[in-house]
Design a protein around this ligand. Structure first.
Ligand code: 26Y
Length: 831
């Protein structure tokens, strides 16, 4: 009977309009007579959402029926950005919605602007997870994302007097139509407490029982993830912390009412806020709590789903693949082992075999300060049983290592090897090394670009290669979704490409872009290509005007853009020193010389610094101070602009990236694991200036070295150069950089003293990031860019060839590689 009442999805304008008005009048309890853009956004998004949910339900039911192997992607960050535009494009209803809204008197673009970004991530790692979800759905892989539903995403950045000021990002002010609260799914998670031994007289065995001391409830919130051009809708499940309703009566009765309320509030604080550190470990107790809360709830869910199928446990790794997005979810390895031995009664070895087959670990950094370590005393208090299990894992592992090497290694060599691969670092206090645990507990470990995957094998994890050989270590070069990063961000370019390639098929098979090379002599096409870039520059200058008040006429300028987290290793300081150098040069020229020699440039910066990262904040201040001077100097007018776009986020990236002529990916060689914005920029027809680092290497291989501006020292030489710096009596700066430092110290950019730490880190503190070594090479590459830009026809040619060869960097390719090499899963087509 009920089937006849099944929800009807809209498929025509009149259906959409009916549902829209319905939501205005009932869901929002408003009237069409006073419906502003915000209300229209809410009604429109609810209408699109309803369509998704129907498909989401069917996908989930179908998967339950077929019971395929599923992928579980565990990430503490999902930097999703906005959902509405993506949902419409993936479902193929954007034009319909646009026309319907227009008939009702609304402008779709204005309405889309109402949606707050879901900014539940810091940068590259979080955005990668979001691209992966898109590709997993599009590729029809049965998969779930698991994360935390932070009430506060990454902070909103304001620039006040040139300084970064953080303000809370409470993104849930208006009810969020893109999430479905599952109040019925409540999973208890315990912390603290103690471990008891229980003797079982029947089996003559003692069992360890963890009695937790503090209980928190995990409530599920589900976010439907639509695929492009498929009815497959996967699920992202984010957990929110809630207090238990079991009130602490002992406290209550003793009149300590306030304290028992405080305990309840403490529970909610677990999912209150995303930690705003990128590539920097602080080791805070609340962060460890977040990790366990999320991991425990997710595994409970995964194990429950498996148990429902009544399959034997031996089939667990045939049905379940869990991918660890960096070490943040490494506790999942320990938790699964605990479930198997403490709760399900497995032997240690049987349990461990299943655990290792289940997990894969992706490493995203080689930098020491980003490797997670937890002090043992903290661990022992918060998760006493897990620490015991870690000791046991480590004990068996070290035993195995010892056995393998005792006959060939000297005592000393063996000791060194053991202490390097041990999960426990002998330090004051001792620490748990999460990366070592992740490697030992996974069947595959991957880096995120070729160079990076080689580096982890030869540097931070080299001793594990001795133990396991190198088969356990593999590479999956990152990718980005062309749906968001081409079609959604750059509709004009996407359409121009579609007009040549016979439609949008290339969004599903990005290698088809290769066919653009057939049009390299097509004058009309190249002209249109140029116009699209100019239009995108106009779109960006409008945004810049709105955010900073600064007006720029884009027709005259080359746009040079660096947007990413602010970090010393990413070297925004190198870029801004370069801008100062250019400014000094322009000042030294006569008006006539300027006219003939200077390529007008706008330098655009954007990105957030971790709130406690003093040096990064100083770099932001310097960029703004340079902008203040340069943008108001008549001598530089028409030649140089320097803009800091405040509050860089995903939706701003979608406007900024398509507008670049050149973007900067200039990390010290060997420090940027991959980078993904480099891929986005090139996919949008921008060229790049970069070091031989991360995915720049593979981008060069794909697009050809004539189409990229590489500079700087190579990764293989960085350690030697650092060594030389350490032992040099003083560091000799290049003339070019001396001039820049003098200008800064002369007080041109405000109080010269203020930037002393920044200059000193180069001059007196060993220049760890090789700014002085790479500076002249950087300036030369910039000159080559100016030269190349003069030949506009050739520049456009370079741009088209680059785009034509970016097929490899689709996250669809990336997910296929994971599926084959790590997860052993197949797509499941809904019939
Ligand atoms: C330890 C904890 C505080 C922490 C939090 C966030 C550690 C690291 C991170 C974030 C790391 C990150 O975003 N890494 C980036 O991952 C991208 C996707 O693989 C790479 O493209 C990029 O090079 C790398 O820096």
């Amino acid at each position: 009977l009920w089937k006849k009442f099944a929800v009807k999805e809209f498929s025509e304008k009149s259906d959409f309009e009916r549902d829209f008005v319905h939501h205005i009048e009932t869901t929002l309890a408003r009237s069409m007579y006073n419906c502003d853009d915000l209300a229209a956004y809410q009604a429109a998004s609810n209408t699109v959402r309803d369509k998704l949910i129907v498909e989401w339900n069917e996908t989930q039911q179908f998967q339950t029926l077929k019971d395929p192997k599923r992928i579980y992607y565990l990430s503490l960050e999902f930097l999703m950005g906005r959902a509405m535009d993506n949902a419409m494009l993936n479902a193929g209803v954007k034009d319909l919605v646009k026309d319907s809204l227009s008939e009702l008197g609304f402008n779709l673009e204005d309405i889309l602007e109402q949606e707050p970004d879901a900014a539940l991530g810091n940068g590259g790692l979080g955005r990668l997870a979001a691209c992966f979800l898109d590709s997993l759905s599009t590729g029809k892989y049965p998969s779930w994302g698991y994360g935390l539903r932070y009430q506060y995403g990454i902070f909103a950045q304001r620039i006040i007097d040139g300084y970064q000021v953080e303000t809370p990002d409470y993104w849930l002010t208006f009810s969020n139509p893109w999430e479905i609260p599952r109040h019925e799914i409540q999973i208890p998670v315990d912390f603290y407490g103690f471990v008891e031994e229980e003797f079982n007289p029947q089996t003559n065995e003692t069992k360890k029982i963890w009695k937790g001391g503090e209980r928190v409830i995990a409530v599920a919130y589900d976010f439907p993830i639509p695929g492009y051009s498929t009815k497959n809708v996967n699920n992202l499940r984010l957990w929110s912390a809630k207090p238990t309703t079991e009130f602490d009566f002992s406290k209550f009765n003793s009149g300590d009412y306030q304290n028992s309320v405080r305990l309840q509030q403490r529970a909610e604080s677990i999912t209150a806020v995303l930690y705003p550190n990128d590539n920097f470990d602080q080791g805070k107790e609340l962060r460890l709590k977040q990790q366990y809360f999320w991991v425990a709830a997710s595994l409970h869910d995964i194990v429950r789903r498996f148990k429902k199928t009544k399959r034997p446990w031996s089939e667990f790794p045939l049905q379940v693949a869990i991918q660890l997005n960096d070490t943040h979810p490494t506790l999942a390895i320990v938790e699964l082992q605990r479930i198997f031995i403490d709760l399900e009664g497995f032997s240690w070895d049987d349990a461990w075999e299943i655990v290792v087959k289940t997990f894969g670990y992706t490493n995203h950094t080689v930098m020491q300060e980003a490797l997670e370590k937890w002090p043992i005393p903290l661990f022992e208090r918060l998760l006493p049983r897990h620490l015991e299990i870690i000791y046991t894992i480590n004990f068996f592992f070290l035993q195995q290592v010892e056995k393998k090497f005792q006959s060939t290694y000297s005592q000393k060599e063996l000791e060194n090897l053991l202490s390097s691969v041990s999960v426990i670092e002998e330090y004051y206090p001792k620490q748990v090394r999460m990366a070592n645990l992740a490697i030992i507990g996974s069947h595959r470990v991957n880096g995120v670009a070729e160079l990076h995957s080689e580096l982890i094998k030869t540097t931070i994890f080299k001793d594990f290669v001795k133990v396991y050989g190198d088969k356990k270590f593999t590479n999956v070069t990152n990718g980005v979704t062309p749906r968001r990063w081409l079609r959604e961000a750059n509709p004009e370019l996407a359409e121009l490409i579609a007009s040549k390639l016979g439609g949008y098929e290339y969004l599903l098979n990005l290698n088809l872009l290769k066919n653009l090379e057939n049009y390299l002599d097509d004058k009309d096409f190249k002209h249109k290509w140029d116009i699209v870039k100019l239009n995108n520059k106009f779109r960006l200058t409008k945004l810049i005007k709105k955010l900073t008040g600064i007006e720029i006429n884009p027709t005259e300028y080359l746009f040079d853009i660096q947007v990413k987290r602010i970090h010393e290793y990413k070297r925004q300081q190198l870029n801004i020193f370069g801008v100062i150098h250019r400014y000094l040069w322009i000042k030294s020229l006569s008006p006539k010389e300027r006219k003939s020699l200077v390529q007008p440039k706008v330098y655009v910066f954007g990105g957030k610094s971790a709130p406690g990262y003093y040096m990064a904040k100083l770099i932001i201040k310097l960029i703004n101070a340079v902008g203040e001077l340069v943008n108001n100097d008549a001598d530089a007018e028409g030649y140089l602009k320097c803009i800091f776009v405040p509050d860089y986020n995903v939706s701003k990236a979608q406007i900024i990236i398509p507008a670049s002529d050149i973007s900067e990916h200039i990390s010290t060689a060997g420090t940027e694991a991959s980078g993904t914005s480099n891929m986005k920029f090139v996919l949008n027809g921008g060229l790049i200036i970069g070091t031989v680092d991360g995915a720049n290497v593979e981008i060069t291989r794909e697009i050809g070295e004539d189409n990229i501006f590489l500079f700087g020292n190579l990764a293989e030489n960085v350690e030697d150069i650092r060594h030389a710096h350490r032992y040099a009596p003083h560091l000799e700066l290049p003339e070019s950089l001396k001039q820049v430092f003098e200008a800064i110290e002369s007080g041109k950019f405000g109080e010269g003293d203020e930037y002393k730490p920044l200059l000193d880190s180069v001059r007196y503190h060993k220049d760890y990031y090789l700014v002085s070594d790479d500076f002249d090479s950087y300036l030369q590459a910039q000159e080559l860019i100016d030269e190349a830009y003069k030949d506009r026809d050739d520049w456009i040619q370079k741009s088209i060839i680059s785009v034509a060869n970016m097929g490899f960097f689709s996250s669809d390719r990336c997910i296929e590689e994971y599926a084959e090499m790590i997860w052993d899963v197949e797509p499941l087509e809904r019939d």
